[in-house]
Design a protein around this ligand. Structure first.
Ligand code: PRX
Length: 567
């Protein structure tokens, strides 16, 4: 029997207080996510249970119990206090998926800091934009990434401490750098956890929009309520499960469901700090006897490409429940997973801003391959008319996915950007920025983004960030970045570039510009193709019309171009 029971029954009697009661939380109480993930589990008799099974790229496995996690995160919290980090200050985590990532996240929360996880493949400019915006006070990182921090240090006066978690005797520490060895540092038995309450800021996750630089979605400790219950009901986590989430905590899936949700449920998690390989992934499932797996469409498509022969070489009968997030899950992938694993992937739709799964196929609900499922109980969702922002009642009509604000893990603002935050609300609805339709049975069918944001392999990349970086290249006069179709990643970045006088288009220049972006921003933001053009389509007011270029890439009708300047 699944945790949720039947969807219809839960809908009738749902209240978020179900989660509050299970977590022994009452309105007005203290609530600190860091404490809930380890201390509370230890108090509930799980001290000796494994919390983390960590495997690195070389196959070395390290295991930590809930009590290990409790005392290590206490030690990290004490360390931050001694450095002079104050509650409310932002502490960035910029590293690969080492155990230190998972534990520093909790140490920061325990001492009242705001955790700011960033993807370790970010280049110095992506890093700078986010540290500068958040006025980050300290950063946890590794030797292999510290050069990027050093490069931008002079322009970040507020960044007081760079904590290197794998420094050894051979590492020469420079300005503001300090070594912290989690394994050698004495563990701390008791720590007075910061008395955060429901609305105390907890996590700051940066996400890309169409205009402007990335924005920090500000979450609060009360988000735990949603993350705990959705992990329990949608991922169907049960006490003996071994759970694996493929996502990097640089993205929200890796924190909400790679740290908070599963550990709030006292579940053993596997983390694999290695790149993608079908063989390695199946071996990991088999070796650690993974039962619940949270993955993403791009990964599933990569696995599909490798075929079912490699699946058959492994005993994957341990798998009990499969979920997916981040991009449209194509029906073929759902059908293939049934063939390959004897289980269908359950799609889940949500965003950095929502903090938890909001539309989904819960266990037991018949899956319609290609549909995202229905709103999670406790989430009021609709599809709004594109012009009036009124809910659409006619089945099958495409509109904007919208949610009634008020669930616990809804972001509370965009960091230092209340204006853009406000612009996300229309008619009392939070508008996600995606289009979908709802069928006669209440199932949601994703259509596409309603803006210019590029979703590459489940990661959102903002065109503005890429275009700004392109302009820093000496040859680029103007540019536009759009998504172009891709078999595996759904979309990849394509840049249209007009060159300055004196520069000639060519393969060498294309490669040079690609690498320039890869280094500055990240491999995800790097254009896979650059098309050199004489000029870009613009509105009469001078705004570049990415829509026209995007439609061209997708072979779609261009739509209304009456405002085009150069028509
Ligand atoms: O466009 C939707 C797409 O990813 C966006 C949210 O991205 P992000 O904030 O980075 O969070 C990703 C992981 C929670 C959405 O606005 N998206 C997410 N899940 C799905 C999806 N598109 C289609 N189907 C999904 N299941």
């Amino acid at each position: 029997m699944s945790n949720i029971g039947t969807y219809e029954e839960r809908l009738k009697s749902f209240d978020w207080s179900i989660a509050e009661k299970e977590l022994d939380y009452k309105s007005g109480d203290k609530i600190n996510i860091g404490w809930f993930l380890s201390d509370r589990n230890c108090q509930k008799g799980l001290a000796k249970k494994l919390a983390l099974i960590h495997e690195d790229h070389e196959g070395k496995v390290r295991k930590y119990t809930f009590d290990d996690m409790r005392t290590i995160t206490n030690a990290m919290a004490v360390f931050l206090q001694k450095l002079g980090i104050k509650p409310g200050e932002r502490v960035c985590i910029f590293m690969d998926r080492a155990p230190e990532l998972y534990f520093s996240f909790q140490g920061i929360l325990k001492m009242g800091g705001v955790a700011q996880p960033l993807f370790s493949a970010f280049g110095d400019e992506s890093l700078f934009t986010r540290l500068d915006n958040a006025k980050t006070a300290a950063i946890f990182t590794q030797k292999k990434h510290v050069a990027k921090v050093r490069k931008i240090l002079n322009t970040l006066p507020e960044l007081r401490h760079i904590i290197i978690v794998d420094a050894d005797e051979t590492t020469t520490l420079r300005d503001r750098e300090i070594a912290y060895n989690m394994e050698k540092e004495p563990r701390v038995e008791s720590f007075e956890v910061f008395p955060s309450t429901a609305e105390t800021p907890s996590v700051l996750h940066y996400t890309s929009g169409t205009t402007g630089q990335p924005k920090g979605a500000q979450h609060v400790h009360y988000s735990l309520i949603s993350q705990y219950l959705t992990a329990k009901w949608v991922l169907d986590l049960q006490p003996d499960d071994i759970y694996w989430c493929n996502a990097d905590p640089g993205w929200v899936t890796g924190t909400s469901y790679g740290i908070i949700g599963p550990w709030a449920n006292g579940i053993t998690q596997v983390v694999l700090d290695a790149g993608f390989s079908a063989e390695r992934w199946y071996k990991t499932i088999e070796k650690h006897k993974i039962t619940v797996w949270y993955s993403a469409p791009t990964a599933i498509r990569l696995l599909m490409r490798e075929g079912t022969e490699v699946v058959k070489k492994h005993d994957l009968s341990c798998l009990r429940h499969l979920c997916s997030v981040g991009e449209p899950l194509n029906p073929e992938a759902v059908i293939w997973s049934q063939e390959a694993f004897g289980k269908m992937f359950h799609d889940t739709f949500w965003q950095t801003e929502t903090g938890c799964i909001v539309i989904t196929n819960v266990p037991g609900m018949p899956i319609k391959p290609g549909s995202m499922g229905k709103p999670f109980p406790g989430i009021t969702a609709a599809v709004l008319d594109l012009k009036t922002y009124e809910p659409i009642t006619k089945a099958g009509t495409v509109g904007l996915i919208a949610l009634k604000p008020g669930w616990p893990s809804m972001m509370r603002t965009y960091w230092n950007n209340p204006t853009v935050y406000q612009s996300k609300f229309k008619n009392g609805w939070y508008v996600c920025g995606d289009r979908a339709s709802i069928d006669a049975d209440g199932y949601y069918w994703f259509v596409g983004r309603d803006d210019d944001v590029i979703n590459t392999g489940g990661h959102l990349v903002g065109p503005f960030e890429i275009e700004s970086a392109l302009l820093e290249h000496p040859a680029v006069a103007e540019s536009a970045a759009v998504g172009k179709p891709d078999q595996v990643n759904m979309e990849v970045v394509k840049a249209f570039v007009a060159l300055k006088p004196g520069f000639q288009p060519g393969d060498d220049l294309e490669l040079e510009i690609m690498n320039f972006i890869r280094k500055k921003l990240s491999p995800l933001a790097m254009p896979q193709e650059i098309e050199f053009v004489k000029s870009l389509p613009k509105t009469r007011s001078g705004k570049i019309m990415r829509r026209v270029l995007r439609a061209q890439e997708w072979g779609e009708p261009i739509g209304d171009i009456s405002t085009l300047e150069n028509d």
